[in-house]
Design a protein around this ligand. Sequence first.
Ligand SMILES: Cc1ncc(COP(=O)(O)O)c(C=O)c1O
Length: 285
Amino acid sequence: MKLPQIRTSLPGPRAKKLIKLDKSFVSPSYTRVYPLVVDKAKGLWVHDVDGNIFLDFTAGIAVNSTGHCHPQVVKAIQMQAKQLLHMSGTDFYYTPQILLAEKLAGLAPGRGTKRVYFGNSGAEAVEAAFKLARWHTKRELNIAFFGAFHGRTMGALSLTASKTIQKKHYNPLVPGITHIPYAYCYRCAYNLTYPKCGLYCVDWVEDTLFRTTVPAEEVAAIFVEPIQGEGGYIVPPPGFHKELYKIAKKYGILYVADEVQSGMGRTGKMFAMEHFGVTADMLKS
Ligand SMILES: Cc1ncc(COP(=O)(O)O)c(C=O)c1O
């Protein structure tokens, strides 16, 4: 059986040297949590620059569903690199982009026509959804959740409510966003117990929020992670999304599912929202 191999103290001498260099030249805004300097990886195994071998329990940053450097993935990248490296889907047409959009549209749940926007990151997908919601509804307000992580660009950061430090010194952010409690039953914001609560956290949106502070007719979208990721891997109770979605539809509000962390098969279905029987108006993955 192949086992992890730790050959040096950690970080090793080469890693230490590179981290020192990094400190001089790389932006300090990157939030590294431990001093791993990766050299190469294959499948589950990650090699550092000192020849230490680690078992990767995190699939990179939870994105390497096929393992590191899967031969088919490598082959596709190599073939494409030989054929065409520069592309700009905003200016011209490319066969792989069109065919991939067709495939993704087929994978996205729900009936009806679906169209794909390609971005470079999760944050960019959130920014696009944020703008599209305004464009489509001509409304200015949005709702998001405490504990949510949607990215670090200004719009996405405005929707994020995960850790104060992520916003420190960046205010004022995009206005018009109201954060509300997620259906976090283990630490219920209303000190209630599911199912006796009758999904009070959803009723509260209509009975309190829309009655007292936020005019429902001015809300463009509800941005929600089907399962909250960075907020603590919180699976909401059955019925949460369905009931909230019903309220959204009642007031012409778009339901935007941020599946950057939960989509692409990570929860056993292609998209986590499929577990909850709701077809979002926009899906980011
Ligand atoms: C739910 C969710 N949305 C958006 C993002 C932002 O993605 P990116 O780091 O690719 O900008 C993340 C990143 O972890 C995320 O977990």
